[in-house]
Ligand binder design. Structure first.
Ligand SMILES: *Cc1c(COP(=O)(O)O)cnc(C)c1O
Length: 374
């Protein structure tokens, strides 16, 4: 059996090596390294895939900051989000002087628990910031309704969910990141659509907002050397765009493969010991940026799997309200019991396109063995 990797970016590259290599060579030949050529092409192709405006930027963290800036959020404004997420979500808000206000996560699907949101809305609340964690959408319909009722913006952190479909109750379907006012995405190598370095994008279906976003990402520029607002310098470079353009062609195929792998895990792990397979919500597809189980014996299971040569990861071992950098928000242990518990019980299993049947069989056999030995 081949060594089991947690993710396999090189293996994925090999399946499209020629096209990727040619695309990179083309950029070098053209010397259109920034804000032209492949970047514009890629923005347009991803825009078609998502049916929205796409503005490429430097990374997902920048995308979040640009979103706050584009919506004109001011120091002291409050943004409601989840403490069970990657740090970028609140880091950028805090950096801009905004106040991240947490609502706890849902114990089954890991996303923000919408029933916890409304009681946290104050006169200073300006936005709700759901994170589509691990590849499955938060309950957007309920979030949009709350936002409408209270006049709030909705910013989606879709960094882990590119390609995920949200299903509205009236039958409409929309891609994650295109549902709220602004969607933020990351092309970090391990994300659903990953570059060979950093990259990000901001999405908005509002054309006026999209042009503001484009200006902000480019120094607040209106015309050459004319600045209409304070901006930032946040770019995707053409080599990354060229790589992403090729990988976008295979994104749906990749997602299907990950979903098959998840089905295999589900079918073989459901009902073993106290293990909980990831919940699936009727309103969203799941693109499995991570396949995350829950168990009270998390640390022991991780140790056992490691001894069997099976890598696994804990996303996230400490919720943000308990992080040293965010003590100034005034939260304490016990404030978000679900997120705190999840940080003790979640475990993400190997999930990538290059896992073969033998490896998958071995992984589930090893997990069963762990529970059998008690
Ligand atoms: C990856 C990620 C980000 C940040 O993306 P970068 O490109 O690494 O800056 C933000 N939020 C979430 C939920 C992420 O997973």
């Amino acid at each position: 059996m081949k060594t089991i990797h947690f993710s396999d970016l090189y293996g994925e590259y090999l399946t499209m090596k020629q096209e990727v290599d040619e695309a990179i060579a083309e950029v070098i030949r053209s010397t259109h390294f920034v804000k032209s050529g492949k970047v514009l092409e890629f923005e347009s192709e991803l825009g078609k895939y998502l049916t929205t405006n796409v503005i490429a930027c430097g990374n997902g963290t920048d995308a979040l900051q640009i979103a706050f800036m584009a919506l004109g959020l001011q120091p002291g404004d409050e943004v409601i989000t989840t403490p069970f997420t990657f740090v970028s979500t609140v880091e950028t808000a805090a950096l801009m002087g905004l106040k991240p206000v947490f609502a706890d996560a849902d114990p089954d699907n890991f996303n923000i628990d919408v029933s916890q949101v409304e009681k946290r809305i104050t006169p200073r609340t300006k936005a709700i910031l759901p994170v589509h964690l691990f590849g499955q959408c938060a309950n957007m319909e309920a979030i949009l309704e709350l936002a409408k009722k209270h006049g709030l913006f909705v910013i989606e952190d879709a960094c882990q969910a590119l390609g995920t479909d949200y299903h509205f109750s009236d039958g409409r379907k929309q891609k994650a990141g295109t549902i709220g006012d602004i969607g933020c995405n990351s092309f970090f190598p391990s994300k659903n659509l990953g570059a060979f370095g950093d990259g990000g994008a901001v999405f908005s279906s509002n054309d006026e907002l999209a042009s503001i976003i484009r200006s902000i990402a480019n120094h607040g520029m209106k015309a050459k050397y004319e600045y209409e607002r304070i901006g930032v310098n946040s770019r995707l470079d053409s080599i990354q765009a060229a790589i992403l353009g090729v990988k976008l062609l295979y994104l749906d195929q990749k997602i299907e493969k990950l979903q098959k792998t998840a089905e295999f895990y589900d079918a073989n792990l459901e009902g073993i010991g106290d293990l909980k397979v990831p919940a699936r919500m009727s309103y969203s597809t799941h693109t499995f940026h991570q396949y995350t189980i829950q168990t009270e014996k998390r640390d022991e299971l991780q140790e056992f799997l490691k001894s069997k040569g099976i890598p696994s990861m804990v996303y996230y071992p400490k919720p943000l309200h308990l992080q040293e950098a965010y003590t100034f928000l005034g939260y304490k242990k016990g404030d978000f019991p679900v997120s705190e518990r999840l940080s003790q019980t979640v475990l993400s299993l190997p999930m990538h396109t290059e896992l073969d049947e033998e490896q998958l069989e071995y992984i589930v056999k090893s997990i069963k063995e762990f529970y059998l030995k008690g």
